[in-house]
Design a protein around this ligand. Sequence first.
Ligand SMILES: [Ca+2]
Ligand SMILES: [Ca+2]
Length: 316
Amino acid sequence: MTEESNVEAPAIPVVGLSALALLVLGVAGWLWAERPDQGRTGVTQSSAVALPAELAGFRADAWFLPDDVRLGFMEVPAGMFLMGNDAGTDAMAFDNEHWSATQAQGRLDLPSFYIARYEVTVAQFGAFARDAGADVDIETLQGPPDHPVSSVSWPDALAYCRWLDKVLRQSSETPSELAKLLASGWRVTLPTEAQWEKAARGTDGRAFPWNGPPSRDYANYGGAGTTPVGTFPCPECPFALFDMSGNVWEWTRSPYQPYPFTTADDRDRLADDALWVIRGGSFSDTERNVRAAVRGGADPGARRPFMGFRVVISSD
Ligand SMILES: [Ca+2]
Ligand SMILES: [Ca+2]
């Protein structure tokens, strides 16, 4: 992890990623830098994590995952989707969404995967911190239990994924469908940015998950803080997912690299100071930044009140 903490969306003249000072850098994109430890007031000892006795819609006996047959994991079937945008397909597109010299959008064929219906919540992350004995940033668990967890770094998010992977493999509470996947080599991890974008926009190339103009009826953006996950019903959204737009930005496991997207170059072209892709915008962003194709990049050590994550169960 580097000393500096950058959050960057190259070529995106973003406003509203937070109230913190942003530096607009034009072609190079914007970023701001500060040391990740600045402003931190300490850590919460894992033994001191307070968890609710119960939480409506979630299972206190199953790590506060959603109370449904697959613990909130929604299947995204295998197949093609349209990734990326340019001004020809979306007037609000940023340069870093453009696919290639000849194509505005790419057609990418992904194997099936499962993605969490909600962002990871404060209660879920608290269950991890207590069970795994992880001492976490004091900001992380201060929100209400059904809000998205935030102020989590990229390693924090991956540690949660590894823990959830372990407990799902070990527990009799794990739905058989998920247990079979895990037994056959699938794993709990962060989505790639391609998985994330397919889950957000489905297969028809839409700009917003709800396939219409910007609307605060469907997502928490342009506001002042997080809302409980699932606050904004979106029956029009693909795969019955919530908060793919807004609430908190979501970490992915993709390093920030130019399109066309491929995982083949993730390691070969990984820079020492690589940024990792964050997706979806947050409560403090404008409508332009909560489009399904928006790509931000963040230093892996960045912990911000507008950045969280959700998990996938993936075969790769
Ligand atoms: Ca989100
Ligand atoms: Ca790549």
